[in-house]
Design a protein around this ligand. Structure first.
Ligand code: SF4
Length: 337
């Protein structure tokens, strides 16, 4: 009971907050609106699932949190990102380097390209420790820590001298996790950490993240388009579409709530149900709108089967709010079909 209360208290104290964030890219004279008013609050030891199709703005949100947006093309228009109550947007590049990896770390989407091909995996993990001056350890202690991290992610320490091309996709992803966890970050952003992996390795990587969360008390943002992964690993869910969160709440509220955003319904309907042979995968019709040319009203209106007149003209704000469950859709504002 006491343990449960402690966990509740920890979750209620946000370690990371994203507040009404707007990000755009400038490309070939076009303004590409990638993130449009995203707000998130990540509690300690909590996992938030950020779900949605490719192009929804999930990775841009993550890169903004990491302060790793491409400087030449990306611009944060407004909003704030706070770690432990302090704005990351006001930190110097030196302060951000100290935060990245040591306090907030990211597992990048593609293990095939995220590792340096000409450095051994051991050196890449060690480098991550050195960048953050890991507890001012001696070289021997750093080497020992590299071995521990490799073993932690299920790779024999004896393979520390091998290069990325000598590892399978799953093993490379584990190396990336070891790099990301080298300094025991307080916040881990996992961007589609299992997309490139087969089902068995997927399960191992997810179990590994879950174990590390328990062992190290890390909070996690799990970026995925896979609702099965969300159900398995997350406490809260934020559904993103066209750069904004159109529905969020606890896993229970999103999976079993009495109301849902039409896009979320579409996402759930697109999951094949293995226990029912008559059920076929039904993908959502149409494509995500062009972020350089978003519709005037609801961004989902061109694809929505329940679209009303108002939807094409007026952008919906939060219209449904029950517990922590929030939905942006005119259906819940008493709109007429
Ligand atoms: Fe569909 Fe209108 Fe709701 Fe948008 S606001 S999801 S178009 S019903």
């Amino acid at each position: 009971m006491e343990q449960k209360m402690n966990k509740t208290t920890e979750i209620n104290t946000p370690i990371l907050e994203v507040d009404n964030l707007y990000v755009h890219y400038q490309s070939e004279g076009q303004k590409i609106k990638a993130v449009n008013g995203v707000s998130l609050s990540l509690g300690r030891r909590e996992t938030i699932g950020l779900v949605g199709e490719t192009g929804a703005g999930k990775t841009t949100t993550a890169l903004a949190i990491m302060q790793l947006l491409p400087e030449a093309t990306a611009h944060i228009d407004s909003g704030d990102i706070r770690y432990e109550g302090e704005s990351l947007l006001k930190k110097s590049s030196g302060e951000l380097r100290a935060i990245r990896g040591a306090l907030i770390s990211m597992i990048f989407q593609d293990p095939m390209t995220a590792l340096n091909p000409i450095k051994t995996v051991g050196d890449q993990i060690k480098e991550s420790l050195e960048i953050h001056n890991y507890d001012h350890k001696s070289n021997a202690e750093l080497e020992k820590r590299v071995d521990e991290l490799l073993e932690l992610v299920g790779i024999k320490a004896a393979r520390r001298g091998e290069y990325p091309h000598q590892f399978s996709g799953g093993m490379k992803q584990r190396v990336l996790i070891a790099v990301a966890l080298a300094c025991q970050p307080q916040v881990l952003i996992a961007d589609e950490p299992t997309t490139a992996l087969d089902v068995t390795i997927q399960a191992q990587v997810l179990a590994l993240i879950e174990n590390l969360k328990e062992q190290l008390g890390t909070s996690v943002i799990m970026i995925t388009h896979d609702l099965g992964i969300v159900a398995q690993t997350c406490d809260k869910v934020a559904v993103m579409y066209a750069g904004e969160i159109i529905e969020d709440g606890s896993v229970e509220e999103i999976f079993n709530g009495k109301e849902r955003h039409p896009y979320t319904i579409g996402l759930f309907n697109s999951i094949p149900k293995l226990d029912d042979e008559s059920t076929r995968l039904s993908p959502i019709d149409g494509l995500m709108p062009d972020p350089a040319n978003l519709p005037e009203g609801c961004p989902f209106s061109p694809r929505c089967h329940q679209c009303m007149d108002i939807c094409r003209k007026v952008h919906p704000d939060v219209t449904y709010h029950e517990g922590t469950h929030r939905i942006k859709c005119h259906l819940f504002a008493g709109g007429e079909k």
